[in-house]
Design a protein around this ligand. Structure first.
Ligand SMILES: [Zn+2]
Length: 237
């Protein structure tokens, strides 16, 4: 499946499971996408979220979400592969929202690229060094060289991952893309499979502290010279 279609499915999962909770409007490939306006769509998605917050049942909620998507025709086509991918995204976001994820979403007004209206992830308990945050998951998909110019289009809003080893750019999808960058982070990317990532904790983290990862050495210009992270701001003071 190409990266563009994966982004579309990820946007839909974010819309239903994060935006429709009403507190956040998270970064998406198409920032202004909202659920199609139909009677009951908003109230059904709100109810599914409220039920999950009480029962914390990932499998049952995923199955309710798949019924919801089909019933209200929230996606244009329904090949088995696309539905399986959507199901995978739903599970990833539900794990992230589960109380056992050790993290929660919070508002973040530090970054100009998010118009000072982004999100961050904070620890809901103390987390020891070397812990794998196995409920903070993401997948990455290589963007063909011929299409890399598309990701610099400001109307779109991708989270990107560069690998110097293969000199390639990937789009990063799933809840792991909510984690903000810091040049002196407390976690690092941990490869789960050849296409998916989790976070590994590299410094003890206190409850309430922000979870941070280093995107790359050159994500915000050469040597991250345009970086707005807290460590860089403190250094320049
Ligand atoms: Zn920095």
């Amino acid at each position: 499946m190409n990266y563009y279609l994966l982004c579309n499915l990820d946007d839909l999962a974010k819309n239903i499971l994060v935006d429709s909770r009403g507190k956040f409007n998270v970064r998406k490939m198409k920032p202004n996408r909202t659920l199609p306006f139909q009677v009951n769509v908003t109230s059904v998605s709100k109810r599914i979220n409220e039920d999950f917050d009480v029962n914390q049942d990932i499998n049952e909620t995923t199955s309710n979400l798949m019924k919801f998507v089909k019933e209200y025709k929230l996606h244009r086509s329904y090949s088995i592969q696309k539905l399986d991918t959507l199901k995978l995204y739903f599970k990833q976001y539900l794990k992230f929202l589960h109380k056992d994820s050790f993290v929660e979403l919070s508002k973040c007004d530090r970054f100009s690229r998010d118009n000072f209206n982004g999100v961050s992830i904070k620890a809901t308990r103390d987390i020891n060094k070397d812990t794998i945050l196995k409920y903070v998951i993401g997948i990455f998909k290589k963007i063909p060289k011929s299409e890399e110019h598309i990701v610099t289009n400001e109307k779109l809003n991708f989270s990107l991952l560069y690998t110097s080893r293969t000199n390639s750019t990937h789009v990063l999808l799933g809840p792991i893309s909510f984690v903000n960058h810091d040049c002196h982070p407390n976690t690092e990317y941990h490869f789960r499979t050849s296409y998916s990532l989790q976070l590994k904790v590299i410094k003890n983290i206190k409850k309430g502290e922000e979870i941070l990862v280093k995107y790359s050495d050159d994500y915000f210009g050469p040597n991250n010279e345009d970086c707005e992270c807290t460590s860089c701001l403190n250094k320049s003071r």
